[in-house]
Write a protein that binds this ligand. Structure first.
Ligand code: ZN
Length: 225
């Protein structure tokens, strides 16, 4: 990847994707489909084969998209701004907005498993549940690279996900984490790409941690959601 996965200050135009909103880019879009649920999404044709693989891989591992709660290309600005949304380039997808609502209070409400977020991150899509302010948008994934990165990520996904079919992990493999000195829940959740962030980690381990999420101690064994 030629660009940072967390730097949102560089526009897709600057990365070489041409104009966004208010230019109409519908001629550059292609429709992809998650095979098991039949969910169809319009995205930029240069990322379309990659998005198609990620949708199918997500469903192969057990997650299901809801056809009426997913979308990609929309010719619009970022809400309340005059900056083009990455949706206007067809570089962003919203997945299951019925279960992954946008919030502005710092809370992440999501049904996306940690492995799904990690999967999309691995191939260049940043997750709106990882925004570093109180705005959280867990339905939202956006491609952070240049057009050539899309080709490279596609080659990597074909190599890793298609050529050698990895075994499907158990739906909820129990993974443990032992708290180290200086840890806090949100740092752990970020580092391990926990879907739902520190709140999900806290909920899952309330019995171990107790009522105060700031009271974790070195040596505590947490179960990862
Ligand atoms: Zn979005």
């Amino acid at each position: 990847m030629r660009f940072s996965m967390s730097d949102y200050s560089i526009s897709a135009k600057e990365k070489g994707w041409g104009p966004g909103w208010s230019a109409n880019r519908s001629a550059d879009m292609a429709r992809v489909r998650a095979d098991r649920s039949g969910t169809g999404i319009n995205v930029h044709k240069r990322v379309a084969p990659l998005v198609d693989i990620l949708l199918d891989e997500s469903e192969r591992r057990g997650y299901r998209f809801h056809p009426k709660s997913c979308g990609g290309y929309v010719n619009r600005a970022i809400k309340n701004t005059d900056k083009p949304s990455n949706h206007s380039w067809g570089l962003a997808v919203d997945l299951n907005w019925d279960r992954n609502p946008e919030t502005f209070d710092g809370e992440v409400h999501t049904d996306l498993p940690g492995w799904l977020v990690a999967l999309w991150n691995r191939y260049g899509f940043a997750w709106g549940g990882h925004y570093r302010n109180r705005h959280k948008d867990p339905m939202h994934f956006e491609f952070m690279g240049a057009p050539a990165d899309a080709d490279e990520m596609l080659a990597k996904a074909r190599r890793e996900l298609i050529a050698k079919a990895t075994p499907v992990p158990a739906p909820n493999p129990t993974r443990k984490y032992t708290v180290a000195a200086g840890d806090n829940l949100s740092a752990i959740a970020n580092r391990l790409h926990i879907g739902g962030g520190w709140q999900a980690l806290f909920q899952r381990n309330r019995q171990v941690i107790g009522p105060d999420p700031n009271k974790i101690k070195p040596g505590m064994v947490l179960t990862l959601p």
